[in-house]
Design a protein around this ligand. Structure first.
Ligand SMILES: [Zn+2]
Length: 327
């Protein structure tokens, strides 16, 4: 199954939607992690939902950079991360300790003490030196203290808290597919309000108060995980919204299709060795013949023997750049 992201609007209504289906790329991610032991089903399910959600969120904002969705807490999972680059290349990883019960809900996986957090970080590509990436954080439970049992609830809560946007999400994953549907009420037309055009402002207000969004969100919520995972986009959208004026938008294709890709490299690992420091690296080399570092996201193994390590320690990027200029 191919990897697809579909964007759509409902004509004349303040509602937009996105549908993502990760097939081959999701299987590739699972295959890479399987080489390092793989994940229990409930953790793979969470990571699949996080990957689909991160692609949906990336597709839903105008932003040039990497989006990271991170959940941190306690339980058999301490940390789970999904990252999506500007061209929809994604990767994901989780730290798992101990047994994971089959079908464990979110609270049991990562929020046992009710202190779990979900963070979304937007790391802009053209960030100025010293400028921090934007980060929003929410708890894994509602105002009433009840923990959320599904990732979709956490993210709906996040969108409401940090963006004041009504959002409905349906997410599902299994060993073959990770998929998600996002329906969102469009923000009021800021332009119309700012320009003071009474008619445009009134139209924007009427659109906001219409029952279009609640109706479409209810239709979206009726989608079963099995349908989301098995139906092709055409059939799925028709089945849900056949009575609505759905408009398909241009879909990312070719190099901007969602796909699995890792950003790790030998240079990045060398930079990590430099940040560890010579003493630490020497003490590792005193015990074994080489320093071995595996990428948590893709399983790639980077090996540095004593000569490689000495070179990595000696070669900060500035010196390397100067050396390149001299050649
Ligand atoms: Zn990697």
């Amino acid at each position: 199954m191919t990897d697809q992201l579909h964007k759509f609007l409902f004509e004349g209504m303040p509602v937009r939607g996105l549908l993502v289906r990760l097939g081959a790329s999701w299987q590739e991610l699972l295959r890479r992690h399987a080489q390092a032991g793989g994940y229990p089903a409930a953790v793979a399910d969470l990571l699949g939902q996080m990957s689909a959600a991160a692609v949906l969120l990336q597709g839903n904002i105008k932003f040039n950079g990497a989006l990271q969705l991170q959940i941190q807490g306690d339980g058999p999972v301490r940390l789970a991360v999904a990252e999506v680059g500007p061209n929809f290349a994604f990767r994901a990883t989780a730290q798992v300790h101990g047994d994971v019960p089959e079908g464990a809900p979110l609270s049991e996986l990562i929020n046992r003490q009710r202190k779990g957090r979900c963070a979304i970080t937007l790391d802009q590509q053209d960030r100025l030196p010293g400028q921090q990436p934007y980060q929003g954080v929410v708890a894994l439970g509602g105002a009433n203290g009840q923990p959320f049992e599904r990732l979709s609830e956490v993210l709906e809560h996040y969108m409401q808290q940090s963006e004041q946007l009504d959002t409905k999400l349906v997410l599902a994953a299994d060993a073959h597919c990770a998929a998600g549907l996002l329906i969102q009420r469009l923000p009021p037309s800021a332009e119309a309000h700012l320009s003071g055009q009474a008619a445009a402002a009134a139209r924007a207000e009427a659109r906001e108060q219409s029952d279009d969004y609640p109706r479409i969100a209810t239709l979206a919520a009726s989608l079963q995980p099995e349908e989301l995972l098995r139906l092709d986009a055409e059939t799925l959208l028709h089945r849900l919204f056949w009575q609505e004026p759905l408009l398909r938008l241009q879909e990312p294709a070719g190099p901007t299709q969602p796909r699995f890709a890792c950003r790790c490299s030998r240079e990045r690992v060398a930079a990590m060795l430099r940040s560890l420091g010579a003493a630490e690296v020497d003490s590792i080399l005193a015990e074994r013949e080489q320093v071995e570092i595996g990428c948590e996201f893709c399983g790639a193994q980077y090996r540095f023997d004593a000569v490689d390590a000495a070179q990595a320690l000696l070669e900060p990027p500035v010196l390397a750049a100067a050396a390149a200029r001299l050649q």
